[in-house]
Design a protein around this ligand. Sequence first.
Ligand SMILES: C[S@@+](CC[C@H](N)C(=O)[O-])C[C@H]1O[C@@H](n2cnc3c(N)ncnc32)[C@H](O)[C@@H]1O
Length: 222
Amino acid sequence: MSSGTESTASTSESLDRQAVRTYFGEAYPAVESFAARLRDEGEVRGLIGPRELDRIWDRHILNSAAVVPFLPESGLIADVGSGAGLPGVVVAAMRPRATVYLIEPMERRCAWLAEIVADLGLTNVEIKRGRAEEYHDAFECDIVTSRAVAALDKLARISLPLLRPGGEMIVLKGRNVSKEIDPARKVLRRLKGSQPEVIDASTVPGVESTTVVRIVRQTGAR
Ligand SMILES: C[S@@+](CC[C@H](N)C(=O)[O-])C[C@H]1O[C@@H](n2cnc3c(N)ncnc32)[C@H](O)[C@@H]1O
């Protein structure tokens, strides 16, 4: 694993570095290396925009970490549309006893993910190249996470069939997610998704909270 330089230098100034270390605990070295690589290579590799470089910790790493309290310690977690590895790589580092599938169709993003997984020494990750829909009959997950992939109706359509009955979608969304809920009702009914629960999720002091949406795939769904 490359330790990188102290990438917390790129956090917003209000960020309490000790609070960040404490929050990540044993996962901190891996997460720190991931943040350093995103900062150094993210723009040139087309993973994040230039304006994001100074906000990697609060906008991306900590934002991704906000899903973790909603995840089990073990089991099978799939991150749909991992892209740069958000939130999937952060989840894998913070949930070492879970198996994490990173589902991503773009070859160059999968190549990046493979490098990151090797570099961070994450032994609990499998990269699944392809669209989520291609895996609907391939496995059953306990949890499907996602961030910035699609509106809730499409997200439910591609994510719910990946879940075992009783499994959960844990989705990072923007504040105006309530507008996506009505258009998603039909597909949620059809695929036995529960009423979405919208949760305000915090990580460390000084970092804006984010919105997490939880949808359970109800039993009797298959
Ligand atoms: C805007 S990016 C977000 C990436 C990452 N989750 C993040 O928050 O930075 C959306 C990602 O979803 C992927 N994607 C789009 N449709 C998908 C699908 N049907 N199944 C899996 N991934 C998909 C894209 O290739 C892209 O990498």
